[in-house]
Design a protein around this ligand. Structure first.
Ligand code: C5P
Length: 212
């Protein structure tokens, strides 16, 4: 089925899990666009490019080594933090735009998740979801994913990091995190993974009709 599904939302909202489940359910390829920004951040750290050197970061993003998407450091808190800084640069976003657009417009359809999929990358998507959850719930999920480092203090650190990242993603000028006008809001605060995925699938089926 050649449909395009856009899944956006703040850090640790469950959008990645939902996007992967939608891709599996509807038999579509999936792109985690956050991983692209993380890969640029990782490459920049290794090449000692400063987070405020927009020109160098833009050039780096344009020749991004996609094998970095498999790097175990991609998921670290430090990489997430650096990704949220470098992703505010228009030159970085522009360099990654064509790859994401061509993924979104491939003939068989696709699922993409990120911050600006429904607004910038695939504004014509057939179904758009904006996934969110209460900040404390998102922080706990991410902290557990990271192996619950540092006890309650560690949890507070993760919550602060997520809040800072959300604020940067929301407040930047270039493609800020916002809900597309035609997206539905999926709040996963009180939902477990299976219930959240079920809701997401139901929404897409509603949008596309029963033939899906
Ligand atoms: O989704 P994830 O946490 O992996 O994203 C890492 C960072 O990449 C985000 O905090 C955000 O700043 C940036 N990002 C973005 N646009 C996207 C996806 C991610 O700016 N479409």
């Amino acid at each position: 089925m050649a449909v395009v599904i856009a899944v956006d939302g703040p850090a640790a909202s469950g959008k990645g899990t939902i996007a992967r489940a939608l891709a599996r359910h509807f038999g579509l390829p999936h792109l985690d666009t956050g991983a692209l920004y993380r890969a640029v951040a990782l490459a920049a750290a290794r090449e000692r490019i400063a987070p405020d050197d927009e020109d160098a970061l833009g050039r780096l993003a344009a020749r991004l080594d996609l094998t970095l998407l498999e790097d175990p450091m991609l998921r670290s808190a430090a990489t997430a933090e650096a990704a949220s800084r470098i992703s505010a640069h228009p030159a970085v976003r522009t360099a990654l735009l064509a790859f994401q657009r061509s993924f979104a417009t491939q003939p068989g359809g696709a699922v993409l998740d990120g911050r600006d999929i429904g607004t910038v990358i695939a504004p014509e998507a057939d179904a758009k979801l904006f996934v969110t959850a209460a900040p404390a719930v998102r922080a706990r999920r991410r902290w557990l994913e990271l192996g619950a480092p540092g006890g309650e203090e560690g949890l507070a650190t993760v919550e602060a990091e997520i809040a800072a990242r959300d604020a940067r993603d929301r407040d930047r000028d270039a493609a800020p995190l916002r809900i597309a006008d035609d997206a539905i809001l999926l709040d996963t605060t009180d939902l477990d993974k299976d219930a959240a995925v079920r809701r997401a699938i139901d929404h897409v089926v509603d949008r596309l009709g029963p033939a899906s």
